[in-house]
Design a protein around this ligand. Structure first.
Ligand SMILES: [Zn+2]
Length: 275
């Protein structure tokens, strides 16, 4: 899996030219045809011009597309620019993203686990976009189960597209555990409605407290798991699938998460030393 077709190697250029021509001529014929389109000669000349234009634009377009696949450095610059627009929260994402890349760029058990779904999980992760959901849920919801025990559902931390692949987006909840350590609890009545506030609770990702590097790395690895299909789909529900997925991530990546969380990521170290 290497995502969208524009990432195909240069060896398939011929196929791309043919497709590109097809698209261009389709676009022309379904578009603005001159009303006096009757004379065969005119039609022939124009069609030749269209085909020539299509071939020319493809010849220009396809090789530059193959060559314009961003290098890791260009990808870093693009992400740095995107994240700087998100202010302080963008800085937090940049640090956690660098720490995840430090994990995935080495041949450890965590990387090997992700490679069961994609040969180069670091490349996919490097290509991802990040967005903030400012109006996301912030409450922890509490409810009694049938045996009288208390269940809690924390606000979602992040979301992504299952099998979204390279260049897809991780959406982070600005009010969730990626950025926050605590949250107000809302108790639901047994019917699951009529919430009332009931104190404050620590937000956690597995055993990690919210707004810690360990939690942030785990959240990003979890989303990468969806993006390359290493984890099954889950939803913001009470069924516990999301927690089971996080446990699965940590079963394979916990050993790498702790040291990565303590280190300043190498991408940021490089940028700082270049300043
Ligand atoms: Zn999930």
């Amino acid at each position: 899996m290497n995502g969208p077709s524009e990432l195909r190697p240069a060896g398939t250029t011929g196929v791309d030219v043919a497709r590109c021509m097809g698209r261009n001529s389709d676009a022309k014929t379904s578009g603005n045809l001159p009303t006096g389109w009757r004379k065969r000669h005119q039609s022939f000349v124009l069609r030749r011009r269209f085909i020539a234009a299509a071939v020319f634009s493809c010849v220009l377009f396809v090789p530059s597309r193959s060559h314009s696949q961003p290098t890791p450095n260009q990808e870093e610059e693009r992400v740095a620019l995107e994240l700087s627009a998100l202010g302080k929260q963008g800085d937090t994402i940049a640090r956690a993203r660098g720490q995840v890349l430090d994990i995935l760029q080495h041949g450890n058990a965590c990387t090997v686990w992700f490679q069961e779904s994609d040969p180069d999980p670091a490349e996919v992760f490097r290509s991802l976009h990040f967005e903030l959901e400012m109006g996301g849920p912030s409450y922890v919801y509490g409810m009694r189960d049938h045996e009288g025990g208390l269940l809690f559902k924390h606000p979602w931390a992040a979301s992504s597209t299952q099998y979204g692949g390279s260049h897809s987006t991780i959406l982070l909840n600005a009010n969730g555990p990626f950025f926050n350590r605590t949250s107000v609890v809302m108790q639901l009545d047994p019917t699951g409605r009529l919430a009332r506030p009931d104190g404050i609770r620590l937000l956690t990702i597995s055993s990690y407290k919210g707004n810690t590097p360990e939690a942030q790395i785990t959240i990003l690895l979890h989303e990468l798991g969806h993006i390359i299909g290493r984890l099954p789909e889950d939803h913001d529900s009470w069924d516990g699938q999301s927690s089971r997925n996080t446990s699965d991530v940590l079963r394979h990546c916990k050993t790498e998460t702790r040291p990565a969380a303590r280190n300043s990521p190498s991408s940021i170290r490089v940028r700082n030393s270049a300043d």
